[in-house]
Design a protein around this ligand. Structure first.
Ligand code: FNR
Length: 363
């Protein structure tokens, strides 16, 4: 269909399912074992109710937000996702161009299909980028990558801590992997007896010894702000803060790692109640299951600085750069509508009083 006929993330998802190769769809859409966490990520947003305020003059509204000091036209960014080239020949470079014209920040995956320099030079010269890091068991390779990131002007390192071993993504295992490699990590997907799971096959270089004491090493080596991606409890949020990180990203890898781990929005609620001081110490991001502008608003009301969007951007790539731009417009538009109908005109005005979380009060 023509792009303008697609009016929601779900429409883009449907087109992706019908257009992508069976393998690309399986890799992108799959999640671990019974998909409990994956579905819960999204479903829990539906169980949080908004409590709109009225009569507030909402004629002028802005979705602008600064993320780690970088200007962004919206309180969302592109979550790092591997191998965008499976959706479009220009892969991550098309995402970079779309983000440039939309003023949205892209967090580039350590397993991107294109070299980092190519992705960055696809955008405009002032465009901020973040880089996601999987610490390599061969630490020399990580040192090299972090130095390159610094040279290329990357604004922050998001170190992923929830995928040191791969979750069991059965839909992806069942289809043989094509012979593809990441231009950043060098990881290749070559099938073995367990199946063709791309995340598993490409993740074999990831260091399973990684622990909190490695954070200062990453900070010193990169000389960049570090964000820990994959925090799933208040206890770990506190530890991350004690190591001087600049942000924490509440994430369960889109339900692709440990199935039945709690949906990310529950971790946000947990922080809110158990360690609310964290919100004043670091920026808090969240991803997993964001499909609607109202999901974004709910996360902001509960203290998130910004949200990450993963799969929908891969799906939008079926239309290349234009698809990426279109998805940004859909999300901004839905967010603006949700803000106006909730009685706020600036993302800074989002606050817990605008949501009713009683139905997900599991703590
Ligand atoms: C991911 N994710 C991911 N995360 C990461 O830190 N490094 C990576 O290379 C990847 N690769 C990747 C590939 C694909 C196909 C998906 C779907 C996801 C996880 C990603 O950053 C993010 O946490 C989730 O995608 C968020 O959930 P939603 O928005 O997809 O529901």
């Amino acid at each position: 269909p023509e792009l303008f006929r697609l009016i929601s993330t779900y429409d883009l998802e449907e087109v992706a399912q019908n257009t992508l190769t069976a393998k690309a769809w399986a890799f992108y859409s799959s999640a671990a074992t019974d998909l409990v966490t994956h579905r819960g990520n999204s479903n829990l947003y539906r169980r949080i109710m908004l409590r709109p305020r009225v009569m507030r003059n909402v004629a002028e509204v802005t979705t602008k937000r600064s993320i780690l000091g970088c200007p962004s036209s919206a309180p969302f960014f592109v979550s790092p996702a591997a191998m965008a080239r499976l959706a479009h020949p220009d892969g991550e470079c098309a995402i970079a161009r779309g983000c440039a014209s939309e003023g949205v920040i892209q967090c580039v995956s350590n397993n991107a299909s294109y070299p980092l320099a190519d992705i960055i030079s696809s955008g405009t010269s002032t465009q901020p980028f973040f880089l996601q890091l999987y610490v390599n068991a061969d630490r020399a390779k990580t040192i090299q990558l972090l130095h390159k990131a610094h040279e290329l002007g990357i604004k922050a390192i998001f170190v992923t801590v929830d995928a040191h071993v791969p979750g069991k993504r059965e839909a992806d295992e069942r289809i043989a992997a094509e012979n593809v490699a990441s231009a950043i990590s060098g990881a290749v997907a070559s099938n073995d007896k367990k199946g063709g799971g791309m995340g598993r096959l490409m993740g074999q270089y990831i260091d399973k010894t990684l622990s909190w004491t490695d954070i200062p090493w990453i900070q010193e080596t990169s000389r960049l702000p570090v964000v820990v991606k994959g925090v799933q409890s208040a206890a770990d949020a506190r530890i991350a803060v004690s190591y001087g990180v600049k942000g924490i990203m509440l994430s369960n890898h889109g339900g692709r790692s440990l199935d039945t781990s709690q949906p990310a929005i529950l971790t946000l609620l947990e922080l809110h109640r158990i360690c609310p001081e964290v919100f004043n110490q670091v920026e808090v991001y969240i991803d997993g299951g964001i499909m609607r502008g109202s999901d974004i608003l709910k996360a902001l009301c509960l203290g998130a600085t910004a949200v990450g969007v993963g799969r929908p951007f891969l799906y939008s790539l079926c239309y290349g750069q234009e698809g990426v731009e279109h998805l940004c417009e859909i999300l901004k538009d839905e967010l603006e509508t949700s803000m106006r109908l909730s009685g706020i005109t600036d993302v800074d005005q989002a606050h817990p009083g605008l949501v009713n979380t009683r139905d997900v009060d599991f703590l």
